[in-house]
Design a protein around this ligand. Structure first.
Ligand SMILES: Cc1cc2nc3c(=O)[nH]c(=O)nc-3n(C[C@H](O)[C@H](O)[C@H](O)COP(=O)(O)OP(=O)(O)OC[C@H]3O[C@@H](n4cnc5c(N)ncnc54)[C@H](O)[C@@H]3O)c2cc1C
Ligand code: FES
Length: 363
């Protein structure tokens, strides 16, 4: 009860005073006592309080989180790190908010035996406070005119955020949307998708049953028929690894320019480490086309990822998670071979390694 009252007061303060004014007030009145009384506002850390929980589909819940005054906002499609404390352990996982306004909504699928998703489903209630990071990742809209969104399962979250914000824009781009789920009852954001169908082409596919109002999953055979002008569109892809690999194979087979494919992974990829390339015989040369830079590797670069190599040689590249998930470091392979974490023509530099005498990369 006390927690709920405190939450209401905190949310009221954030909405009424605004984050900047509250930051000024809290940082100028910070004492040990008020930190103890209300460590959500009297803190230098970014935290969020849960204000609502909603059942979305079996095993899927949406949690509305109100970040405190340290929140700097985000672009639709990006993700945040959420930190919880369970059984004396601090655990952090990434979540892509499906909706972004003054608060953020994360939609979490319970993973079998998963620590954080399981804890959230069982214990995260209005009034609970969790740790938060600023928004990260480069899976976001980049001003293109024609778009195709492909997603499956909980991978709908970042693309939902993007489409929802684009539908409110002054100039709405030409968008098509395909979401795949197992059964009709698994569909996440079913009401929203049906509403969107009045404004843009939205296909909902089922992979484990057939039902009226739903389509079959995408294949090489039906893709072009469903999306005849897909080669003119930038494609945003997010979902379980099997779905993503399948879509990349379909697009590769249909000759799509993978440089226009934007991806977000939710799971760590076992990148297999460095390949068999014989560094000693001929240390590779890496060309970064978009920067007009060539880097000649030396024996010391052996075993380093392409991102580490680039950093060691002063090549200015962006990076984020450094685990092969966020896509911030991703470049396109134009020539040569790399081993490790690739998806179609995209190379996740932080978890990929040179595997031929010359490797050419481009933005
Ligand atoms: C950029 C990004 C955005 C994301 N956005 C979302 C989102 O919007 N919604 C969403 O639902 N998820 C999202 N995820 C996934 C999310 O971060 C978590 O990975 C997911 O919730 C599972 O976390 P968990 O702690 O419940 O599972 P974990 O405890 O991390 O377990 C993951 C898997 O490992 C297995 N496992 C755990 N411990 C062991 C062990 N000791 N031995 C063997 N197997 C084990 C579990 O059974 C489970 O299958 C996103 C991930 C990324 C990278
Ligand atoms: S994928 Fe995140 S930094 Fe490489």
């Amino acid at each position: 009860m006390l927690e709920l009252l405190k939450t209401r007061a905190n949310v009221w303060a954030l909405q009424t005073l605004g984050r900047d004014r509250l930051d000024y007030l809290a940082s100028n009145t910070m004492t040990v006592v008020n930190r103890k009384v209300n460590d959500f506002l009297w803190t230098y850390e970014l935290k969020a309080v849960c204000t609502a929980v909603r059942d979305e589909a079996p095993g899927v819940k949406t949690f509305t989180l109100m970040p405190n005054q340290h929140w700097q906002g985000m672009q639709a499609g990006q993700y945040v790190d959420v930190t919880i404390e369970a059984d004396g352990q601090r655990l952090t996982r990434c979540y892509s908010p499906a909706a972004v306004d003054g608060s953020i909504s994360i939609t979490v699928k319970r993973t079998a035996n998963g620590w954080v998703s399981g804890w959230m489903h069982d214990w995260l209630r209005p009034g609970c406070v969790v740790g938060l990071s600023q928004a990260q990742g480069c899976f976001r809209y980049r001003g293109q005119d024609k778009l195709l969104f492909l997603c499956a399962g909980s991978g709908i979250t970042p693309v939902h955020a993007m489409v929802a914000s684009l539908l409110q824009a002054e100039q709405v781009p030409d968008m098509q949307f395909h979401a795949c789920f197992g059964k009709a009852e698994d569909v996440i954001f079913a009401d929203v998708l049906r509403r969107w169908q009045r404004r843009m082409p939205v296909d909902i596919a089922l992979s484990r049953e057939t039902a009226e109002g739903y389509v079959t999953p995408l294949t090489v055979e039906n893709f072009e028929q469903r999306y005849p002008d897909f080669r003119e569109r930038d494609i945003y892809l997010c979902g379980p690894s099997g779905f993503m690999d399948g879509m990349v194979n379909v697009l590769t087979e249909l000759g799509y320019n993978l440089g226009r494919l934007h991806t977000e992974r939710f799971t760590l990829v076992d990148n297999g480490g460095a390949g068999e390339y014989d560094f000693q015989a001929a240390p590779p040369e890496i060309r970064f086309n978009h920067l007009n830079l060539n880097v000649q590797l030396t024996a010391e670069d052996r075993g380093l990822s392409l991102l580490e190599v680039a950093e060691r040689h002063g090549v200015p590249l962006e990076s984020g998670c450094r685990k092969g998930m966020c896509g911030t470091c991703k470049l396109t392979l134009k020539d040569g071979k790399v081993s490790g974490n690739t998806l179609g023509g995209a190379v996740y530099l932080c978890t990929s390694y040179p595997d031929s005498a010359r490797v050419v990369l481009d933005a």
